[in-house]
Design a protein around this ligand. Structure first.
Ligand SMILES: Nc1ncnc2c1ncn2[C@@H]1O[C@H](COP(=O)(O)OP(=O)(O)OP(=O)(O)O)[C@@H](O)[C@H]1O
Length: 346
């Protein structure tokens, strides 16, 4: 049994999710203590408990400690990951509506399902565009296209937008299965070809996405970037707003987004991700701060080495590297000076 200290480094939900993915993939039993000890409200929240249940379902794991607020968990896989049709709803864990991020549940089961034989269709319900997690749009526009280059054959469709606090979003994930992962080289981004974007509202007036889109287009034009942002007004379970930008480089993709909230003018919502994108572009890195930690797991599972240059070395990145190394599957070198990550399968 592999023992994981959930308080290590960042001490957040990712320590748990990466451990679950690797337990499902390797068949290793795990015990995690001090789950999310680094957070104000430690233990399993709805999103984490849903990830535990999703991972347990796909590999028939025997689990103890799987309840809200639990700070320790034992997870013993009962079989290899089984492809199939699954539905996971973050609200089930809470016994009421939850906007827990379905994208994080998706990331927990994606690689086990991609490596398993056979097709999978998964419906995920909860929050699709919520703070402190990759948005659905980031998964669709940045994460999956990069993983596709590594051999992961998966697609996502948005069935409904789910914002904080109501949730109620829906994502359909289709995974081909039987994938073999190759390495990736993202040391140089190449030319920035264009910035694509989506300025979206649900159940709010159409001038809001228009204002977000035109403010972002102006700012990015001023920075001499080629930009195309689509304003979009959609139906939804609740009002919500956000802007999501994808920087499309010759050799890479990077994503930046912001969510609207009551009292925050549409122009202001647009400004933050534009500035983040411009700052990122100035670094010359190929991998944004979030993709940096999310790429580690697929890179560690690839039969070839990977290397990439990151905009910044976050605590999430170094913590995730530590978690993966507890399973003895890969050697990960993070060079703080060069801002590079090198991953080699062991
Ligand atoms: N704006 C964003 N775009 C893309 N990815 C993001 C964004 N914000 C956060 N992430 C990613 O979401 C993950 C969050 O991990 P973290 O350990 O903080 O988990 P968490 O489950 O949200 O838990 P916690 O409540 O413990 O913080 C990381 O992989 C991080 O890179």
């Amino acid at each position: 049994m592999i023992h994981i200290d959930g308080s290590y480094g960042e001490g957040g939900g990712q320590v748990l999710r990466t451990s679950l993915s690797l337990a499902a993939i390797t068949g290793e039993a795990i015990r995690i203590n001090k789950i999310r000890a680094g957070r104000q409200k430690p233990g399993l929240a709805a999103q984490h408990l849903t990830a535990v249940r999703a991972a347990a379902t796909i590999c028939n794991a025997k689990v103890t400690g799987d309840r809200l607020g639990s700070t320790s968990l034992e997870f013993i896989p009962g079989s290899a990951t089984a492809s199939g049709r699954y539905t996971f709803d973050v609200s089930d864990a809470l016994g009421g509506r939850s906007a827990g991020a379905v994208t994080l549940v998706l990331q927990t089961i994606l690689l086990p399902l991609a490596l398993a034989d056979g097709k999978s269709e998964v419906i995920l319900r909860g929050g699709t565009h919520v703070a402190f997690s990759p948005s659905f749009t980031y998964i669709e526009q940045v994460y999956l296209p990069i993983l596709k280059r590594m051999g992961v054959q998966a697609e996502v469709k948005l069935g409904a937008w789910g914002w904080y606090p109501q949730g109620g979003g829906e994502v359909k994930l289709s995974v081909t299965g039987g994938n073999t992962l190759s390495g990736i080289n993202l040391m140089e981004p190449g030319e920035l070809k264009q910035v694509r974007g989506l300025a979206v509202v649900t159940e709010l007036p159409s001038h809001i996405p228009q204002r977000m889109a035109s403010r972002a287009e102006n700012l990015l034009h001023q920075a001499n970037l080629k930009v195309n942002i689509q304003p979009l007004r959609e139906r939804g379970a609740a009002p919500g707003a956000g802007i999501f930008l994808t920087a499309e480089y010759e050799n890479s993709l990077a994503g930046f987004g912001a969510l609207g909230r009551v009292g925050l003018p549409a122009d202001k919502v647009a400004e933050m991700p534009c500035q983040e994108l411009i700052d990122f572009n100035d670094t010359g890195a190929a991998v944004d701060g979030h993709l940096a930690d999310q790429l580690l797991l697929p890179a560690a599972l690839a039969f070839e080495g990977s290397q990439y240059r990151v905009a910044d070395i976050t605590m999430h990145l170094s913590t995730n590297a530590w978690v993966i190394q507890q399973f003895g599957i890969a050697q990960i070198n993070i060079d703080e000076l060069e801002q590079t990550v090198v991953v080699e399968k062991l």
